[in-house]
Design a protein around this ligand. Structure first.
Ligand code: RIB
Length: 307
């Protein structure tokens, strides 16, 4: 049983603000710090913290930020043999203002070395042989497509940040994991409040296998290829910072699917893990271990069918 994550690694610059700035506005922050981030690396770190058998495929710069990424992944047991240092490119960066109260954030990414991850880089045994291959969209689309094509196991795609997806890629994906905003963008629909049933209809129209829509404080919606959708609410927690909660969800989902769990069970586990991850600062500040998630599971409400 194994999980291989193909994706991005960024040095996060986390700025604490009273409220997020509007367009053209300047706000004054109260604190700044850096931490290893990137959707791919966050997902690998989450999966690694929850269990063994996790590998990361990606590119960093030949710089101190790249060294910090490598060390942070090794510390949670992730295999970094396919994490390549890239002379002439800097490790990707992400600037992230985070609201002091409630932890809402926004993110600006400069890809750096993530932008030169090639199809040849992902044509490796770690991708071909993994039980689950977990992908996002912070590396070139042709590389994401190559990884999905090379994968021999379950392909999970977190379409973040969102962009139009070729039918060829959607056809290779077994489980698509957008948040509500990404689902709406992928479906070409207008932004707005939607009920779980309306979200399930949008998800079914995408042409992917199963879809799992992450809904923040409302939990997650499992929309299987056939049968009823299921809404899984989270346990009550006091969020400090929601940065990377979706990444923890994806890492936990992949780790639990790799253990041959059914989709509803895996979504329940991932909802508990993601809720727990919001109780500390930064994308990896409170990544739970398996014992912590198992202890939270009895506090989750039962999932409800959505018509
Ligand atoms: O999902 C959170 C992540 O998005 C951050 O760690 C940042 O690096 C961006 O990739």
């Amino acid at each position: 049983m194994s999980v291989t994550v193909v994706g991005s690694l960024n040095e996060d610059v986390l700025v604490t603000v009273d409220r997020l700035p509007g367009r053209g506005e300047t706000v004054v922050g109260s604190a700044v710090r850096t931490a290893p981030g990137g959707k791919g690396a966050n997902q690998a770190a989450a999966a690694g913290r929850l269990g063994g058998g996790v590998a990361m495929v990606g590119r960093v710069g030949a710089d101190p930020a790249g060294d910090r990424q490598r060390a942070a992944l090794v510390a949670v047991g992730v295999d970094v043999d396919r994490l390549l240092a890239t002379p002439g490119e800097l490790t990707g960066t992400a600037t992230i203002p985070v609201e002091a109260d409630g932890g809402e954030n926004l993110i600006v990414v400069v890809p750096g070395a993530n932008g030169v991850l090639t199809p040849a880089d992902v044509d490796v045994a770690e991708v071909r042989r993994a039980t689950v291959v977990l992908l996002q969209l912070e590396t070139p689309l042709e590389t994401v497509l190559a990884a999905a094509g090379a994968a021999g196991g379950i392909v999970v795609l977190n379409p973040a940040p969102p962009q139009p997806l070729p039918a060829e890629l959607l056809g290779l994906v077994d489980v698509l994991v957008p948040n509500e905003h990404e689902l709406v963008r992928l479906a070409g629909a207008a932004e707005g409040e939607r009920s779980p049933a309306e979200l399930a209809r949008l998800a079914r129209g995408l042409g992917a296998g199963s879809v799992v829509v992450t809904l923040g404080a409302r939990g997650a919606l499992l929309v299987p290829a056939e049968g009823n959708a299921l809404l899984q609410a989270p346990p009550a927690v006091q969020p400090v910072d929601t940065t990377g909660a979706g990444d923890c969800f994806c890492g936990a989902l992949a780790q639990f699917l790799a253990r041959s769990a059914g989709p509803a069970e895996a979504v329940r586990y991932a909802v508990a893990a993601a809720a727990s991850s919001t109780t500390g600062a930064g994308a990896r500040g409170a990544l739970p271990d398996d014992g912590t998630v198992q202890a939270l599971l009895p506090r989750l409400p039962r999932a409800v069918p959505v018509g």
